[in-house]
Design a binder for this molecule. Structure first.
Ligand code: CMX
Length: 430
């Protein structure tokens, strides 16, 4: 039985050795060629960093440490955090130890509440979340120890300490943001008897007579926890962390990336889109009505929210995980039925439209409809839930990168003149 710190401490020497040997044996191995198009188009598909916490396979979806996300859907998010960090799930006693460690660190400093209450009530909840995490940097053990001359072999320990402190406080901070943003102005205290996700659910203060909202929150926080290293939020967090900024600074930066409409904010756009359909048709439209509606939107030049992905080329298994939950808990809910009907018509339309490389739904196509069912109707808040979950992956990646001494990120940029000069040459990737 090991605490997360002990387990990491046991594994890190081997991980360092493995990396050293890999570079000694194959450090000069060429692993890819880069085209001008990739340079211009967001480095799409260019392998540029190592991430062992998870992998997104175009045809399979998210794999966490070798296990498909569909097989982890019944796990609690803190169990998955242990898995992300160490490569194995905790046994019951290890999970209990992790719960204790989170509970001990869960008190939110008063100045965080002062900050959040002082922000204008129409501030976006993601701005509030990012600001709260940023302000929490005052507590950073990593920064304090760095200033005292911490040895680089110990960076991961301080990153772990900051990560636990941040993750422990996130549910209360995020729930507080919901309460403040929705004008409730009273906070619900944590319940130390509950697990991480269930406690977050109860601090939001929504009715939950059957405990299904707590179940949804466990599922939500597990399914969104990580999505390899190259997505905007993970990559941003990684880049900021690489200059030895504290985990709070790095995760806050990652949240700002998550807050963009093509990334984490898409779930708010998705629900807006589904409600627009509901209002326009006075309920669930027929297949023909929905087909015309989707085509009209595409002809306007708008995207279909919740469809497409930069990497995936199949229905996102996280979509399927939520769909199974919805089928069980709210199959007759009108909003859920519209999501379901969209799934029946949209992929074929996108295929025939011929632009999107991936015509299938991503996780954002459905998550909001379930939250809405449980009365969480402020959809500008949805990305905060995503952010609380994604903080698990960001922190796990930070801890491992500090353990492995991952250096400062510094890719080169090119000028357009340099590209023009190269395009005149004959070099082409086959
Ligand atoms: N509806 C209509 N057109 C779409 C589309 C969609 N859902 N998804 C992609 N396309 C279009 C793109 O706009 C692009 O058009 P142009 O060639 O005219 O510029 C073309 O298809 C090719 O794009 P792509 O290579 O398939 O997609 P990208 O990798 O560039 O972008 C994504 C991926 C997710 C941003 C895009 O599919 C999209 O905007 N989807 C809708 C928003 C969304 O659901 N975002 C959530 C993403 C999940 C996450 O990362 O959090």
């Amino acid at each position: 039985m090991a605490s997360l710190k002990e387990e990491l401490g046991n594994r890190i020497p081997d991980l360092r050795k493995e990396l050293r040997e890999l570079l000694e044996g194959g450090g000069s191995t060429v692993i890819s060629q880069v085209t001008m198009s990739q340079v211009v188009h967001g480095m799409r598909g260019v392998p540029g960093l190592v991430c062992d916490t998870s992998l997104v396979e175009p045809e399979k979806g998210l794999i966490i440490r070798g296990t498909p996300i569909s097989k982890l859907a019944a796990r609690k998010p803190e169990e998955v955090f242990y898995l992300l960090c160490t490569g194995r799930l905790p046994v019951a006693r290890e999970l209990e130890t992790l719960h204790d460690e989170l509970r001990q660190r869960s008190a939110v400093p008063a100045y965080i509440w002062d900050l959040l209450f002082a922000m204008p009530s129409d501030s976006h909840p993601m701005t509030m979340l990012s600001a709260a995490i940023l302000a929490l940097e005052r507590e950073s053990v990593f920064r304090k120890r760095y200033e005292q001359g911490m040895h680089k072999d110990e960076y991961w320990e301080a990153a772990l300490e900051d990560s636990l402190a941040l993750l422990a406080k996130l549910p209360a901070m995020a729930a507080g943001i919901y309460r403040i943003h929705t004008g409730k102005r009273t906070l619900i205290p944590p319940n130390p008897e509950l697990d991480w996700a269930a406690d977050y659910a109860q601090m939001l203060g929504l009715p939950d007579p059957m405990g299904e909202f707590q179940n949804l929150m466990r599922l939500y926080l597990t399914l969104h926890c990580d999505h390899e290293g190259g997505n905007v939020s993970a990559f941003t967090c990684h880049t900021v962390g690489s200059v030895l900024s504290s985990p709070m600074l790095a995760v806050s930066a990652g949240m700002n990336g998550l807050a963009g409409p093509l990334h984490g904010l898409a779930n708010q756009e998705c629900l807006r889109f589904v409600l627009e359909i509901k209002n326009r048709f006075g309920g669930v439209p027929s297949t023909e009505q929905l087909t015309d509606f989707v085509w009209a939107r595409l002809k306007d030049g708008s995207v279909i929210p919740g469809y497409g992905h930069a990497v995936l080329r199949v229905t996102d298994p996280r979509f399927t995980g939520f769909h199974d939950f919805g089928d069980r808990v709210c199959a007759q809910d009108e909003v859920f039925r519209i999501v379901d009907r969209l799934y029946a018509v949209t992929p074929a339309i996108l295929q025939s439209h011929g632009h999107a490389k991936d015509p299938w739904p991503n996780v954002d196509a459905i998550s909001g409809s379930l939250l809405y069912h449980f009365g969480l109707e402020q959809f500008d808040y949805y990305t905060v839930l995503f952010g609380v979950s994604r903080a698990l992956g960001m922190c796990a990646q930070l801890i491992l990168n500090r353990a492995l001494g991952t250096p400062i990120m510094r890719p080169r940029s090119m000028t357009t003149d340099q590209l023009k000069a190269l395009s005149g040459s004959k070099r082409r990737v086959a």
